[in-house]
Design a protein around this ligand. Structure first.
Ligand code: NAP
Length: 523
């Protein structure tokens, strides 16, 4: 069997570089051979997207909503074939695959609702005042418009929800931007199936050819060429800090620099306050042992850093956590390369001076399964050694024991940007630590009270992003309908004839959307 690139409606495999995906559970290569996209195919996909943009940007919200809902229907129609392919390429369970499909479908439908309703364009009208003294005021009307062809890099750890028709793609299509997906090589088959669903939906709903393409690759060159292509206008990425930063760098050096919205690494600090440790020590340890190992630790919101103030209760917590985590059966990682990365990064941290390993699953594990670990360091050591701040992607967490509240605040303030911060508190205990909370707020995109950071609800109020390097632009979220704002730009019409304006800005408000007219919100 051979896998193909989808360049708009056309399937293509012109190149000579081929690759296969890998079944980490069985430790064997999968059968289908994929062909990496050639420079010619990359160019065809971008040219087609550029042509499609002319038409797609003018398509009304209601039609885009039908397109997005049809993509969701077509993904569901792939049924068991999609679930089986997902499992074969990731080692993840059928349950997880089905859960991620629900999330993906939900995201597509929520963007469909958003664009069908239409108010998301933030239409703002300031009427002319021709008699204003000393200078007459012109009529100015503003709305958000799509930016142009977007390249989306699929994530290894979310083959559905953050890949081919995941959040970035759904948001970009909803905004009116054509999408070219740089498929993740670890799940090229899942990507190809989802791509076939998107293309079917585009054909069924009369979208322009080239509104969506899916390109395969086995190395970084295809992605690099896409980011450098002069007709690509923005990039969405989920993955490592190394990969995201390299793409940001590349995009900023182009003749026309373009935005790269990358959601990257995070160690997600969890602050455990003293009274909570005294009263709920075992419960917190149990909860965190399972959060650290959930999904074999392969979540960007994995709790990789547990912070507290030295005490007998904190020492007991470290023991409890270490015991609890050893009770959990190791599980499979996504790919041998991810397992290799986990072992290498873990080894690097463990080999630093003054790091104590308190739990390490020593029994033999199956190929591609990860041994979970917990380590501990003192606050002073953590502050002095940036190697200890680096994400170990997998079932790993570091407990930092601070001398006092001042050192705890220093540790938090010196952290790199993070997606989340969590506070474990006994009732109102947190009220005595507002300086700590303030320091945490300054470093993260979302703060959680008495919970775990894993689990990212898809809703309008969600912020999934944070200061660099959690993301490349902390002003935007990668999850929830507000992520559409990454793919648009504000645009003003001055003194433009009413009947030539987009419907969103016409006097009569034919779409009945919510707008701000002369400073007043109105329908
Ligand atoms: P990755 O190495 O960042 O790769 C993600 C995608 O970007 C891949 O399609 C890759 O292409 C491409 N890419 C990477 N570097 C590039 C560059 N310099 N130029 C152009 N394209 C580039 O992430 P991954 O493959 O998903 O996993 C590797 C490691 O990333 C993990 O072990 C983990 O440490 C980290 N990771 C973190 C998160 C998180 O949420 N924090 C999520 C996933 C992964 P190719 O694969 O074709 O080379």
């Amino acid at each position: 069997m051979t896998g193909k690139n989808a360049i708009g409606n056309q399937l293509s495999a012109k190149g000579s570089i081929t690759f296969t995906t890998f079944n980490p559970e069985l430790n064997v290569e999968n059968e289908t051979v994929y062909t990496e996209a050639t420079s010619e195919e990359i160019n065809e996909a971008v040219e087609l997207a550029t042509l499609a943009f002319k038409e797609f940007r003018e398509i009304f919200g209601k039609q885009k909503a039908i397109f997005l809902n049809t993509i969701a229907d077509e993904i569901l129609a792939l049924d068991d074939l999609l679930i089986q392919t997902y499992c074969l390429e990731t080692g993840l369970s059928e349950e997880r695959a089905k859960g991620e499909r629900v999330r993906t479908i939900g995201q597509l439908r929520s963007f469909a609702n958003l664009v069908e309703e239409g108010s998301w364009v933030e239409a703002t009208i300031d009427a002319a005042q021709p008699k204003r003294e000393p200078i007459p005021k012109p009529d100015i009307r503003k709305m958000l418009i799509p930016i142009g062809p977007v390249v989306v890099f699929g994530a290894s750890n979310f083959p559905l929800a953050y890949s081919t028709a995941g959040g970035d793609t759904a948001a970009a299509l909803a905004s009116g931007c054509p999408v070219i997906v740089k498929s993740h090589p670890m799940h090229a088959g899942t990507g190809e199936l989802v791509a076939s669903a998107v293309i079917k939906a585009a054909q069924k709903t009369g979208m322009p050819n080239g509104v969506f393409s899916n390109l395969n690759s086995s190395g970084i060159e295809v992605g690099q060429q896409l980011v450098l292509h002069p007709k690509v206008k923005a990039v969405g990425f989920t993955g490592s800090i190394k990969g995201g930063s390299a793409l940001l760098d590349l995009a900023s050096k182009r003749e026309e620099p373009i935005p790269v919205f990358a959601e990257m690494g995070s160690i997600n600090p969890v602050v455990i306050l003293p009274k909570a440790l005294e009263n709920r020590n075992e419960e917190i340890a149990k909860t965190y042992a399972s959060a650290i190992t959930l999904g074999t630790g392969q979540f960007c919101t994995n709790p990789g850093l547990l912070l507290g103030i030295k005490s007998d209760a904190f020492s007991t917590f470290i023991n409890n956590l270490s015991q609890e985590i050893m009770e959990i059966n190791p599980s499979c990682m996504l790919h041998p390369n991810i397992k290799k990365g986990y072992n290498t990064n873990k080894e690097k941290v463990v080999s630093q001076d003054n790091v104590t390993v308190t739990a390490n699953y020593e029994l033999e594990v199956q190929n591609n399964y990860a041994s979970q670990s917990v380590v501990t360091v003192e606050g002073k050591i953590f502050l002095e050694n940036p190697t200890l701040h680096v994400e170990v992607f997998g079932p790993f967490s570091m407990v930092v024991q601070c001398e006092n509240e001042i050192e705890l605040e220093q540790v938090i303030s010196n952290l790199e940007g993070q997606l989340t911060g969590t506070v474990i508190s006994d009732n109102n205990e947190v009220a005595d630590y507002l300086n700590i909370i303030s320091a945490l707020q300054n470093r993260v995109g979302r703060i959680i009270f008495n919970g775990v950071p894993t689990g990212v609800e898809v809703c309008e109020s969600m912020v999934h992003g944070g200061p660099y390097p959690a993301s490349t632009d902390s002003r935007f979220t990668a999850v929830g309908v507000n992520s559409i704002k990454r793919w648009v730009r504000p645009f003003s019409y001055q003194n433009w004839p009413n009947d030539l304006l987009p419907k969103e800005l016409q006097n009569e408000n034919p779409l009945e959307i919510s707008r701000i007219v002369d400073g007043v919100r109105t329908k």
